[in-house]
Ligand binder design. Sequence first.
Ligand code: HEC
Ligand code: HEC
Length: 468
Amino acid sequence: MNPETKQKINAKYERELQRGEFFWPDSIFKDVIVSLGIFLVLLLLATFVGVHDAPKADPSDTSYIPRPEWYFLFLFKFLALYGQIPVLGKIEWVATVVIPGLAIALLTLLPFIDKTPHRYYARRALPLAIMAILVLGIVLLTFLADVPTVAADGSSLLGTLQTLAGLVIPSLAYLAFIMFAYRARENAVRLISWTSLLAGVLMIGCTVATLALHQPAAAEAAEVPASLVDRIVAGQDLYSIHCVECHGEDGAVTTIEGVKGLEGKEIPPINGKDILYTLNDASLSEVIAYGRPDAGMNPFGKAYNPEGLTRSEIDYIVTFMRYSWDDRFEKPQIKPLFPPLAEGEVPSYAVHIQPIVKRYCISCHRPGKDSYNYFMDTYENILKSGDDSDSNVIAGDENSFLLQVIQGTPIPDTVNPGKDLIGVMPPKGHLKPDAIEAFRRWILMGMPETAEDAAGLTWPTPAATPKP
Ligand code: HEC
Ligand code: HEC
């Protein structure tokens, strides 16, 4: 920079300095501009990014575990770690009131305790160190908030590391600061700086180790169907699992068959105006949640049945019922249950069979239901479980029990002639031809599990192709 410009800049600086700046209106004006900017950013974020989808709040869901907002997570974690301390950990108000109170008081009083007029950091080592460890602790505790204090396998390593990072090291550092500040006047600054550095590194180390050790449980949270179509499909799957055995696939059943204790019971069809026009969504949800216990329909709501459905799951069923059976609602275009099979295509479990099973079989074929212990909840179980597990699914065999019963041929009972060992499946209604075809191709081609497994195969097998 040549001396001339330098002089100019200096002169300008001097002028500005002389002129000064007023708090009102100058500073306030700047503040207003910045807050307006932040407000606009918030508006844009809300419009274009939005809050990530979570299921509707469910006041009847007793299994819900509330969590604080992210900016309070550190206190939440602090309380959890504090609770691990023997004896003292039981006195909760120390952690919820006394310690945060002291911290706030300390921050408020800090300017009065530390009255040095100096700005140079070395002269203010004590307050800076206290602040640094405090802020670092808050940040690290926030990161740790998602990690359970006791690991799933019961080992205490995770808990120990977290207690070190969040409680022990900061407390020791504070003790050391105070000691140095009062005892070691001479080289207090150096001691305090090194202690805070060491404490910071140890705290970060423990946190990183914790996060590395912690394997989050596979996200089991049900994905949240957002669009109307997704809600209808989710509702249909839930309806198939929980309601079909009594009300039938289309809700038209008037006489219950094949359900223990309710055999022959007359019920109103639930797909007609009588039900759908007289019950609004809220009362329909109520019916499902409370059930009709005296008539034989158990409650499905979580509040009355621990294994029951959440409020949003019940809402999906109601949505499904409305859009399928209520003629005042127009059902949107819905993807078929599975992608239609092309000529020569071999279906796989993942893409074709699983959705069919989920819709038509799982309601009975799962643990806790009466179905000859044939559980169809996983690929392995479909192949291996069941009282007649050897005959249900046999690769390449048209006589597999499963193929016979879904095609309307019951399996005769050899011990009690004249009776069926296994009736047709599903017992009410029947699979659509495309689903039956998918099952046939799948079993005859050896039950490929994934789309990749199926991709290498073609239907029909070369051997089965009729000779010209
Ligand atoms: C174990 C058999 C059973 C199951 C499973 C079952 N219901 Fe019912 N449901 C009944 C019976 C029995 C009635 C008849 C009650 C009556 O006569 O008042 C009924 C009645 C109803 C009604 C009409 C209520 C009214 O006010 O008349 C609706 C709606 C209904 N069920 C929906 C469902 C839905 C949705 C599911 C699945 C979540 C379901 N049900 C599962 C047995 C069952
Ligand atoms: C309404 C309940 C219900 C539904 C839905 C249902 N099943 Fe069944 N399933 C049974 C019962 C009960 C048995 C025991 C035999 C019997 O009573 O016929 C059974 C038995 C079977 C068996 C013989 C199991 C063994 O080890 O002996 C096969 C195979 C089978 N079902 C296939 C299917 C398939 C495939 C579907 C779906 C397309 C299906 N089932 C849907 C109730 C059901």
